[in-house]
Ligand binder design. Sequence first.
Ligand code: ATP
Length: 439
Amino acid sequence: MANADLMDKLVSLAKRRGFVFQSSEIYGGAGSVWDYGPLGVELKRNLKDRWWSSMVHQRDDIEGLDAAILMHPRVWEVSGHVEGFTDPLIECTSCHRRFRADLPEVAGGQCPTCGTKGAFTAPRMFNLMFKTFMGPVEDSSATVYIRPETAQGIYVNFLNVQGAARQQVPFGIAQIGKAFRNEITPGNFIFRTREFEQAEMQFFVKPGTDEEWFEKWMHVRMEWHKDLGIRPEKLRFHEHGPDELAHYAKKAYDVEYEFPFGWKEFEGIHNRTDFDLSRHQEYSGKRLEYIDPVTNERYVPYVIETSMGVDRAALVLLADAYREEEVEGETRVVLGLKPALAPTKVGVFPLIKKEGMPELAEKLHADLRSAAIPSFYDVSGQIGRRYRRQDEVGTPWCVTIDGDTVKDGTVTIRDRDTLQQVRVASDKVVAWVRERLAS
Ligand code: ATP
């Protein structure tokens, strides 16, 4: 399948089946903003829950935080974002479309929209932060920024969390939340948007141990991505060269995935040194040092950051899981999502509407629901069509209730990937599914 086709197919499947809709579609859509539908919100939640569980619940050296999106405007001056969070912007003087000057599409000096050559303006730096006003007066003293990263909320709370949770360095703070960037050239569906979600973790370490921790986190994060079921050959690291490093970073690696439009970053791992904490300490006048309880040594910790875009990671999951295959002379579309990530876990199908089958099927569906296992009850159409509808949204198991169920209480469970069918007692289905979801 051509790569461009894959993106078109994903966008269309996502809309048709309720993963992702364009924001404000009835008004023609809002520029590069997307809404997650019933299945998309489940996929994203499963991804975030898995991240939260591995970062916060399964470790005792990381605490959670949910900081506000709006912060004191000084935060963004001190962090360097007001001055430095910019991209070079050029405009085609023929069609007036604007582009990011550092994108490969414009490298030859030709406008990708109208084809005119040599008509770009000189680049000017464009700040990516959205601004608004706090309070009723719209003047410059009331300007606030809508956060472009969740990290700063963690830095300003470093000592609050450390004290309240009685943590000792090395420890981390994790947060999932919205971030906003007024991107010049958004696109590729949910890859680059103006409103998105980040799952970030800032790990505070003693200076001098930062390189070792950086290596550890690179390893942990790559293994985590592989454990999502992403094909390992589609994952790689990319090290930032000196011209790519952000103003705060000593070292940075991107975790990249081979999207249909090429190898691109979906998580950044950064050694942010003591840049942020030192700057906040200097400009707020509040000490942000850590005092080692054993040696009484005082220092500003270094920070190793892991910053994953949740929407980009969701796109990785969709792109990696999508496949088309021939089954019994028919093409079927399958989203081969890991069961724990799939939005719906079980399809429940009474074979025909007689002999008590619907009642048994409804009972099983209700049992699954009360066990908080998302299940979809479907009575309409040929059984093959019901399977296809679940295959294309990644439902790992479909249960059919047939004549034998009425006689002996067993049902057939069919596996999405192997197509194998097993017979299981209807009252054991919840346990059967639970067991497989846990693995
Ligand atoms: P890029 O180079 O693609 O603009 P970045 O290097 O600016 O990304 P970071 O600041 O490191 O990105 O942000 C961490 C993560 O947040 C990225 O790996 C990505 O997954 C996500 N992210 C950043 N910008 C966007 C965006 N506009 N839309 C969706 N996700 C984004």
